[in-house]
Structures are given as C-alpha cells and as structure tokens.
Design a protein around this ligand. Structure first.
Ligand code: ACO
Length: 517
C-alpha cells in the first residue's frame, strides 16, 4: 500500500543535524528546539557519522552520565542504516520492522536530506489502511467512540480494569501519597520531582500567582455583570489573562516557553476564580499566602483564613484525582486548538468552554441536591425507588467507561469519611441503599457509584460553595490540559478531519433568476 509513497514525501526535512562533539545537553536542546525525536550526526565533510535520538540521551541519563560533559559521539548509533529519499515507504517500513530502529537518516546525493521516523511511516500506513486511495473519507463512529485520535504519554483510563493513571502511576495512589505540586510536576514536566526539583517547582508556582497588570479591574467588572456564572466568568478571565500575559502562538515558541506559559496560567486560574467569587460577593480580594501550597491557598483565598490541614488535604486529594482523565472532550478541545499553532490562552479558554457542558463537567452539585431532597435516612429507600420507578437516574451512579467501581469514588468515599461530619455518614447510608435498590431494579446494568457522588460531599464539607464545584474541577483539570497542550505542541500535526457530506447533491445551479438582494 505504501509502495507508491516515497520516503521524501514523509520524512522530516530539513533534517536536524548536530556535531559529534556537542554535549548531550546541547543536543537535547537542539532536539527540543526543533521538536524532533532524532538528529543526524555529521562529520566535518557533511557525511553521516551517526544518529542520536532523544531516547539515546534519556537512556544515558538513566545510566547516570553527566549531560554537560558527555559528548554525542559517546551515545549515538554510529554508521547508521540509511534510506534513500526515493525509496518507497514500504521499504522503509520493512527496515523499521526488521531492525527495530525508530529513526533513519535519509540520503540524497550523498547528503542527509531528512530524517524518517517510524511514527511518520506507521501513521501513513494506518491512514492508507483506513482509507483506500481515491475513496471517500472513512467515517468514524459518532462521538469518535473507540477511535484513538492521538498518541499521549500523559495518562489513560482503564475503565474495565477500574483504574486510571498519570504517566503510568496509579492516580489514586498519587492522590493518597503526593502533594498537588508533585503530581503537577509529574504531568507537565514528565517525572516525579526529587526534593530539589520540587522546591524549585513550588517556588515557580508561587511566583506565578501574581496577576498581570490591568487584569484586576476587569475582574471586578466581570464579577458584577448580570447573570454572573463562576465558570463563564473564569473562562473569560483566563482568556483575558492570556492576552494580558501576551502568550504567543505555540507554533512560534520553544517547548520550554510553552511549559513556562502553561505554569503561569495554571497557577493563576485559582487566583482568578477566587477574586471573581469574592468580588461577586462584595468582598475584598485575598492574595494567596506564599507559604501555602496550591490546595491550602485555594481555601485561604476563598475564605480569607488559613484552612485546617485536614480540610486542605481532603481538597488536595480531590484536586489531584481530577487533574486528568484520559482523552476527554475538553482535553481533545485543547489539543485541537493547539494543533492550529494557537496560543495556550486560547486552548485553555476553549477547554473550559467544553468542560462547561452538562455532559462533561456537568454539575457535581446534582448528587448533593439528591441528598438534600432525600433529607433523612428513613426517606432514602422510598425516594430512590420512586426515582427509578419514574425512569429517572440516580445522581452519582453509573458511568460510560467504568463498569466497575469508579476508583475516584472509592478514594473520595475514604476522604469524606476522614473529614467526617453528618453529611458524609448520611451519604454512605444513601449510597449503600442506592446500590442495593439499583441492583434489584436495574439488574445486570453494572451501575456503581461515580466520582460525582462523594465529590460534592467532600467539597461541601471543606467549604467550597456549590456553584464553585465545576470551576474547582476546571482549576485542577487545567494542569491536565496544559500537559496535553505541551504534548501536542511538541509533536504537532494540524488536526483537521473531514466530514461525510450528506446534503443535497453537489453542484446545484442557483434557481433561475435568483438575484443579489
Ligand atoms: N440511575 C438509574 N439507572 C441508571 C443510571 C442511574 N444513575 N445510570 C444508568 N442507568 C440505567 C439506564 O436507565 C439504563 O437502563 P435500561 O437498560 O433499563 O434502559 C442502563 O442503566 C444503561 O444506561 P446507559 O444510558 O446506557 O448508560 P451510560 O453508560 O450511557 O450512562 C451515565 C452513563 C450518563 C453517567 C449514566 O449512568 C447517568 O446518567 N448517571 C447519572 C448522572 C451522573 O451521575 N452523572 C455523572 C457521571 S460522572 C462524570 O461524568 C464525570
């Protein structure tokens, strides 16, 4: 299939090249700057001496070499297998298959003309498989269900197995054992920080909480608009702040700058939200206490006082649990916007817009409203049976992906029990009753408690107002969005699918005599 396609059509050109005497730090910088996974290593005559990839560098770092003094010549693959620009992609694919390489230098007239990566080739082979040449575009299932539209190393949801992870680590274990900042670092920088990295990262997030000039008066205006909604106001405030920070198109900036802008906006999101909230309430703003981490500062900016450690830690667990959740609609939105080369402010604004929909960010307050409607334990069974009998859904139960316990609900149940209070006890009673009733009236549907059931209880108990539940979710999810944005920008391809046209046959002539009006 890939027979007709030539290597020159698919290779990355011009090739990124480095000298064998460059240090690993310098080579890594060159790869990062050009957003490629490998570079050709040239000798003094311009001939190919080797190839060095990001993986080669990472592997050597893992073996403890010093990147500032080790030379490319020590880690590169010398005398690499090469392909010619006129070779077919099918030939190249065969080399990748049999020799297990991931990148090949491409030669033309004795010089390196490009670098061919296995990703390019596999993608082309896959597209050709899905779409025979000359045919109409293949129609993906509605809602893209079951279709992988990108590669990601940020995280994944394993619904059938009942877990989700961030970069391979169980997200619930991270929430139990790590701070918000540790997991934030993991998601955006790619690894769990050691203590020096964490100190530096915390310092940067605290410094990034200061509002850019000119934003505060506009927050005042936003907060006093008629029909104020916290999430809508936050979306506008993020857009405004992106503009005030003069964030640049991701296409024009380095990966380092993308991450710096990401950190700035993710640090500012809760500051914007809390200012909007307080202005809307007619209260003065509370600046974040630089001694407090993300979660504790969140509550301190809300109330004006330092929160109890148990409350801050309970909220922190919720925030870590909601940082990311696979390739959901808002994450996809952020990646689509980034794929156009647009700036991070636009991508985050669009992501909040996607999250605002009831089918996504929904209303975590609905489960709490159900608890209110039940009122007392003796009403639970009757209420729940009546709801199901009337064809309604019990809020906080069932999930499209999890057909076993939603791991987030398991952890949040624990968190709710830890912080205690009447509502947590009542919620446990209602949950047990609901599961029993669902099992009886909806047998075989695999309905379990979902994240919303205890999220509302936890947030309510630590003092987050109900209309701030989804905006709180937006704040933590901003971390996941920024990780996705950075990933998209680092390996970008414009996301531009097709649609199957089903309208009137084309081309139609305009009705006779139809004139400009
Ligand atoms: N209460 C009662 N019955 C339910 C519930 C529920 N919460 N959820 C599903 N069912 C029943 C349906 O009525 C259906 O029964 P039927 O076979 O007799 O028609 C069966 O289970 C299958 O339902 P589907 O709609 O196919 O399930 P789906 O996977 O599409 O729904 C959803 C998932 C939308 C979350 C659903 O369970 C629901 O509406 N739950 C209540 C709202 C809620 O808690 N939303 C938050 C979800 S968490 C999140 O999105 C972050």
């Amino acid at each position: 299939m890939t027979e007709a396609l030539r290597v020159r059509d698919v290779m990355h050109k011009p090739p990124v090249t480095v000298g064998a005497d460059l240090t690993l730090s310098e080579a890594a910088h060159a790869l990062d700057e050009h957003k490629v996974g490998a570079a050709a290593v040239l000798d003094s005559d311009g001939g190919v001496r080797g190839i060095v990839s990001e993986r080669d560098i990472l592997r050597s770092l893992g073996q403890g070499v010093d990147p500032a003094s080790t030379r490319v010549s020590e880690v590169m693959t010398a005398h690499p297998v090469t392909v010619a620009a006129d070779d077919s992609v099918a030939q190249a694919l065969e080399i990748f298959r049999t020799r297990q390489f991931r990148h090949l230098p491409v030669l033309e007239n004795g010089h390196v003309a490009g670098i061919l990566s296995i990703r390019h080739v596999v993608r082309v082979a896959h597209i050709e498989e899905v779409k025979p040449a000359g045919s109409a575009p293949a129609l993906a299932p509605r809602g893209l269900e079951g279709v992988a539209v990108a590669e990601t190393a940020v995280g994944d949801v394993r619904g059938e197995e009942g877990f989700f992870h961030y970069r391979g680590y169980d997200a619930c274990e991270l929430a139990r054992r790590c701070s918000f900042e540790q997991v934030w670092h993991l998601l955006v920088e790619g690894e769990l920080p050691d203590s020096a990295q964490l100190r530096d990262f915390r310092g940067r997030t605290v410094a990034a909480r200061s509002l850019p000039g000119g934003v505060d008066p506009l927050l005042h205006s936003l907060a006093t608009l008629p029909g104020y909604s916290p999430l809508g106001a936050l979306r506008t405030a993020v857009s405004l702040t992106g503009a005030a920070l003069q964030v640049e198109p991701t296409l024009d900036i380095s990966a380092v700058q993308v991450r710096a802008e990401a950190l700035r906006l993710a640090s500012l999101t809760p500051v914007l939200l809390m200012r909007l909230h307080r202005y809307q309430q007619g209260l003065p703003a509370v600046d974040p206490d630089p001694d407090l981490g993300y979660a504790a500062a969140y509550l301190q900016m809300l109330t004006g006082t330092r929160p109890a450690e148990t409350a801050a830690r309970a909220l922190e667990k919720y925030l870590v649990l909601t940082m990311d959740h696979g390739f959901n609609s808002s994450t996809f939105t952020a990646r689509v916007i980034t794929s156009t080369g647009s700036d991070i402010g636009s991508a985050l604004t669009g992501a909040i817009g996607a999250l605002a929909g009831p089918l996504h960010g929904g209303a975590p307050s609905r489960a709490l409203a159900m608890l209110d409607a039940i009122g007392t334990p003796d009403h639970a069974e009757e209420y729940l049976r009546d709801e199901i009998g009337a064809g309604h859904r019990l809020m906080g139960f069932g999930h499209r992906v999890y057909k076993t316990d939603d791991p987030r609900s398991t952890l949040l149940r624990e968190v709710a029990a830890e912080i205690g209070g009447e509502q947590a006890e009542f919620a446990q009673f209602v949950e047990a009753t609901a599961l029993r009733v669902l099992n009886e009236l909806k047998p075989g549907r695999r309905l379990y408690t979902n994240v919303e059931f205890y999220a509302g209880v936890v947030m309510n108990t630590v003092g987050v107002p109900r209309d701030m539940f989804t905006p709180t979710f937006a704040c933590s999810r901003t971390v996941g969005w920024t990780a996705a944005i950075a990933e998209q920008a680092a390996s970008n391809r414009l996301i531009r699918p097709s649609a199957l046209y089903v309208g009137p046959p084309a081309l139609r002539p305009l009705p006779e005599g139809y004139a400009y009006a």
